[in-house]
Design a protein around this ligand. Structure first.
Ligand SMILES: Nc1ncnc2c1ncn2[C@@H]1O[C@H](COP(=O)(O)OP(=O)(O)OP(=O)(O)O)[C@@H](O)[C@H]1O
Ligand SMILES: [Mg+2]
Length: 315
């Protein structure tokens, strides 16, 4: 089922019946920060009182799935309350027939979407770093597409080619062309555009010539391909340490939650993730904010001694 085909269009239209806001984390380049960013976006949404479903279509690595399982285990072990999304994994089919594989993958995807529909405000989809049918389908469904990008020309190469002397952009590459096509398909199917946000990841503390050249190249490319650039994330060890405990820098930065004393880097990371999240301009509704405030209040009060609980009842 090619992306240009009527069958693909039908599949995408069927998948589009989901009423939640779909956020897709994608970049054909491996190791750019898709899963790390997905987990932070999921946590930020849950903390904002949104009903969130996560879908892992990187069924080979299943890093997001393991991240979420680690979070569940850490919460149980420490007794710390950690928000969790409803989680789904869509497996890749492995028969000899391409058509059969795509039909099976679509069925898996549709099952997840049907389970999610109506009950979630947001669906966050983490994708693999390879061009596949599911990955293209996810792109064509994205209301918001987030592409983390490392500050390196090897990573930039999936977006655009550059002149070896001037570093000026000379043409677009396969990944940005694929996104352009998926957005075109989406406009046909859903009559709305994808908000494509490119986020520079693992930024160095010092501004370098390489960083400046990449920033200029991205600015040029954002005009050609019509994407937005958001505030980036710095290279920080704290992001790499979080996975085994399923934590994010948005969780309570105290020793009980982290298992270690928080450092200034945790706080700086939290601020930069909040800036990045704000720049996404997601449709977080007032009802969700009220839910988050009520939940926070409930947890605040539930830690009080029992005799104070009458205050809660308005007595
Ligand atoms: N801002 C950051 N600072 C430091 N390390 C980071 C940062 N972002 C991601 N990493 C680390 O980079 C590696 C790749 O990140 P991640 O697994 O999130 O990327 P990915 O795009 O999902 O990879 P894949 O393509 O393999 O699915 C991981 O070791 C992660 O901990
Ligand atoms: Mg990943």
């Amino acid at each position: 089922m090619r992306i240009e085909s009527q069958a693909f269009l039908n599949a995408a239209a069927q998948a589009r019946t989901v009423r939640s806001h779909v956020i897709v984390l994608a970049n054909e380049k491996g190791g750019s920060g898709k899963t790390t960013t997905a987990m932070h976006v999921i946590t930020a949404l849950l903390k904002a009182g949104q009903r969130v479903a996560a879908i892992d279509i990187d069924s080979r690595q299943k890093s997001l799935t393991r991240y979420i399982l680690n979070r569940k285990s850490w919460a149980k072990k420490t007794g710390v309350r950690l928000e969790l999304p409803d989680h789904y994994v869509v497996d890749r089919a492995n028969t000899r027939s391409v058509d059969e594989n795509e039909a099976a993958e679509f069925a898996g995807f549709a099952t997840a979407i049907m389970a999610i529909e109506k009950n979630h405000d947001f669906v966050v989809i983490d994708t693999p770093a390879s061009d596949s049918y599911l990955m293209r389908l996810a792109h064509s469904m994205a209301d918001t597409l987030i592409t983390p990008l490392n500050d390196s020309y090897i990573d930039f190469d999936v977006f655009a080619s550059v002149d070896p002397e001037s570093y000026e952009v000379t043409g677009t590459s396969h990944y940005s062309e694929m996104v352009r096509e998926a957005r075109r398909q989406r406009r046909l199917v859903a009559d709305s555009d994808t908000d494509w946000v490119v986020m520079r990841n693992r930024l160095g503390q010092l501004e370098t010539r390489n960083g400046r050249n990449i920033a200029e190249g991205l600015a040029e490319l954002s005009r050609r391909m019509s994407f937005r650039q958001s505030d980036g994330l710095s290279e920080r060890v704290v992001y790499r340490e979080m996975f085994p405990r399923g934590l994010t820098v948005l969780d309570a930065l105290n020793e009980r939650t982290l298992g270690v004393k928080p450092t200034p880097s945790h706080h700086a990371a939290c601020e930069e993730v909040q800036r990045f999240f704000g720049a996404l301009r997601l449709p977080i509704d007032e009802r969700g904010k009220r839910r988050a405030a009520a939940r926070a209040e409930w947890f605040r009060c539930s830690r009080r001694p029992l005799e104070n609980s009458s205050e809660l009842m308005g007595e």
